[in-house]
Design a binder for this molecule. Structure first.
Ligand code: NAP
Length: 353
């Protein structure tokens, strides 16, 4: 149940794959309460339960099912906005809310590489939130990274911090829900794989070095490492798996790498934020782990699950990681970012007038 002083929030793109996750997670959030649901003109004016093709295995709350879907324009009295909009419309809409005074946490790609916008993985770069102070808006924009980038950045962060990373190569096996709520051409039935996801490989390369970069005054100095990715869509409903090879800046033992992962803990854990996993990284020693069906929901679906650490004759080390794309990689990660921003005092009190 939200507390009496709960913060009213809007969910934009509420009918989509990520939007549904927001609606589900916000249903029992202790600080945030849904005050507006926004989607396209095709959905606006209809009860949410009719407009959405609800795909989650938890039931849709009956009150929310009756709530009319609105448009996506700024509204007074809503200081916090979660955007899961189609990328084609998100940029102007998110900027309009930020200009009107709201804090926007965006899952879309449009503002991620803006040097004034923190590209936040709350455990990895919480200090990047300081960029909010340099944005030209009444409110602000926080970007959540691409869903594959999130898992990769979480697995790399403790290794980069402890040993330095020179080069990374990642091959992804990405879930169907990562492509949105609609059908995917070529993936109508089991038995196929698509070796191309538009823009994804470039996003993983450029976003990872921004996230692992360091804050210097009003900008981020990108991390000096090369990231190459090859992205594939596979017939898995939820959970992105990544096979990662990497070159470290110095020679380390297997035990040192495992220790860096298992001891990794950060501000969201220290602050006991509601959406924070108990441990950001779970290393599983079973040779057949991680698997999407078995492990994507570990620690509320908010952990990066790592396994199969091995020496690699090409780059030095290799491993497999898994993260839930619509939880950790989208709605859950955005909620955690908002909780961190609130805890650090970045939430505008009033929002749009
Ligand atoms: N799926 C993932 O795992 C994932 C992870 C990280 C980031 N993202 C990003 O998050 C965003 C949403 O992804 P998704 O997978 O949830 O997509 P989706 O299922 O296609 O949902 C898109 C949402 O945007 C709304 N929309 C579309 N056109 C609109 C318009 N002209 N005006 C207002 N609303 C409009 C849709 O409303 P209607 O239903 O009314 O059309 C729907 O609510 C995308 O930018 C995506 O890149 C997705």
């Amino acid at each position: 149940m939200p507390s009496p002083d709960s913060i009213p929030v809007a969910v934009l793109g509420a009918t989509g794959s990520v939007g549904q996750r927001f609606v589900s997670l916000l249903g029992d959030h202790p600080r945030f309460r849904i005050a507006a649901l926004g989607a396209s003109k095709a959905s606006a004016g209809r009860p949410y339960g009719e407009a959405v093709s609800w795909a989650l295995d938890v039931p849709l709350d009956s009150t929310l099912a009756q709530t009319p879907v609105g448009d996506v324009d700024p509204r007074p009295g809503i200081p916090l906005v979660f955007s899961a909009l189609d990328a084609a419309v998100a940029e102007d809409v998110e900027r309009a809310w930020a200009e009107a005074g709201a804090l926007v946490v965006s899952n879309t790609a449009c503002h991620r590489m803006d040097p004034r916008v923190p590209l936040l993985v709350p455990e990895v770069n919480p200090d990047h939130l300081e960029l909010l102070q340099h944005q030209p808006f009444e409110g602000g924009i926080i970007a959540a990274p691409n869903c594959s980038t999130v898992g990769l950045a979480m697995a790399l962060a403790p290794l980069h911090e402890a040993f330095g990373i020179r080069r990374v190569h990642a091959v992804t096996l990405q879930a169907l829900s990562g492509a949105g709520a609609g059908p995917i051409q070529g993936m109508e039935e089991p038995g196929n794989l698509l070796p191309y996801i538009d823009g994804e490989e470039e996003k993983m390369s450029r976003e990872t070095v921004k996230i692992l970069g360091r804050l210097e005054n009003d900008h981020i100095v990108h991390a000096d490492l090369a990231v190459s990715a090859q992205c594939n869509r596979v017939f898995v409903q939820d959970g992105h798996t990544e096979c990662v090879s990497l070159e470290l800046a110095r020679s380390v033992s297997r035990e040192e790498i495992l220790r860096a992962w298992t001891e990794f803990s950060a501000e969201p854990q220290a602050l006991e934020l509601w959406s924070a996993p108990q441990r950001p990284i779970h290393y599983l020693s079973d040779q057949c782990a991680p698997q999407p069906l078995l492990h994507r929901d570990l620690d509320k679906g908010m952990a990066c699950v790592v396994g199969r650490l091995q020496e690699c004759p090409v780059l030095g080390w290799k491993f497999v990681c898994l993260s839930h794309n619509t939880l950790r990689g989208a709605a859950g990660g955005a909620l955690l970012a908002a909780e961190l921003a609130c805890a650090k005092g970045y939430l505008p009190v009033a929002g749009p007038a």
